[in-house]
Design a protein around this ligand. Structure first.
Ligand SMILES: Cc1ncc(C[n+]2csc(CCOP(=O)(O)OP(=O)(O)O)c2C)c(N)n1
Length: 295
């Protein structure tokens, strides 16, 4: 893991995140394909991981003892690609090929195609089990790297997630951290009745995730997933716990779907979508403070 002293400041991370958010909406709009809300809710967490936490080398994407990151909510691929591009894994210009048939940047992450992608994902619910396997392998081989997995809060309705939540503590996987991007909205909000009489913006809020995970034998902490001080503080707690409690850690990150752009924030309707020219201009001004896209 990166030494904390060499970390960028929260202000520097926020500037990277604004640029990443711009690349997300710009790329999805020009490709006319992809997701917006989920990538935007995860951006600050991804920027903090790739710019301040992960022990990785963009010039050597397959370095044996690199930290691993698995974007289990694979539909947010454009969010990961934007951060990977800004971190130097491939040129920012390549984002323009997103979702083209012959591109390295497919609509969902492909570990065989894209430098920096550690797992192929898209079918929700599988990434945590994959990550636990990597973390267990690292333990067995005596390797000192950390595995991170990000899931969506809708995604954790998948049963396979809970098989791993149940088993990971038994293997002592303190080299595994799960981040839940808790943005409170799925593809169509939350399930509604047949006549749509329920409020789709009302999340299934009865689950106390911190208590549930603690009960399963995990360390659990809740943070504001858009506050870089809080995110980096949570990462430090993970580092401090390595080899201490023998438990995996879950970071429950409270986020906003569509975060950072006025017309996408807080609505399931921008789970995916294509902005108009006017909306794109507005997003550019809000994120970059200019109507020019200075590359
Ligand atoms: C197994 C599976 N079922 C359904 C889908 C279709 N799908 C893609 S995104 C999504 C909603 C996911 O919601 P959430 O995990 O909350 O993601 P976020 O809000 O962060 O975008 C669904 C149902 C899928 N990719 N995989």
């Amino acid at each position: 893991m990166t030494a904390t002293t060499s970390r960028p400041s929260p202000e520097e991370l926020a500037a990277v995140a604004r640029r990443a958010r711009w690349r997300i909406i710009e790329t999805v709009t020009s490709s006319k394909a992809g997701h917006i809300g989920g990538p935007l809710s995860a951006t600050d967490l991804l920027v903090a991981l790739y710019f301040a936490e992960l022990d990785i080398d963009p010039a050597d994407p397959k370095k044996t003892d690199r930290d691993r990151f698995i974007l289990s909510k694979g539909h947010s691929a454009i969010g990961l690609y934007s951060v990977l591009a800004l971190r130097g894994y491939f040129p920012e210009e390549e984002l323009a090929t997103f979702d083209h048939g012959d591109s390295r940047l497919q609509g969902h992450p492909d570990m065989l195609l894209t430098p920096g992608v550690d797992a192929s994902t898209g079918s929700l619910g599988q990434g945590l089990a994959f990550g636990a396997g990597i973390a267990l392998g690292a333990k067995k081989l005596g390797r000192d790297f950390h595995t991170w997995v990000m899931v969506g809060d809708g995604e954790i309705e998948e049963g396979m997630v809970w098989e791993t939540v149940l088993s990971a503590p038994r293997f002592g996987l303190d080299n595994l951290t799960l981040i839940i991007d808790l943005n409170g909205l799925q593809q169509y909000g939350w399930p509604a009745g047949p006549d749509d009489r329920f409020d789709r913006s009302e999340p299934v809020g009865h689950v106390d995730l911190e208590r549930v995970f603690t009960g399963f034998g995990w360390n659990a902490l809740s943070i504001d997933g858009h506050d870089f001080d809080a995110i980096l503080g949570a990462f430090d707690r993970v580092t401090d716990d390595r080899g201490v409690s023998g438990r995996p850690t879950v970071i429950i990150a409270n986020t906003r779907k569509g975060r950072g752009i006025s017309f996408t924030e807080g609505t399931y309707k921008w789970h995916n979508g294509v902005a108009t020219d006017e909306q794109l201009d507005l997003a550019r001004t809000e994120l970059l403070g200019t109507t020019e896209d200075a590359r």
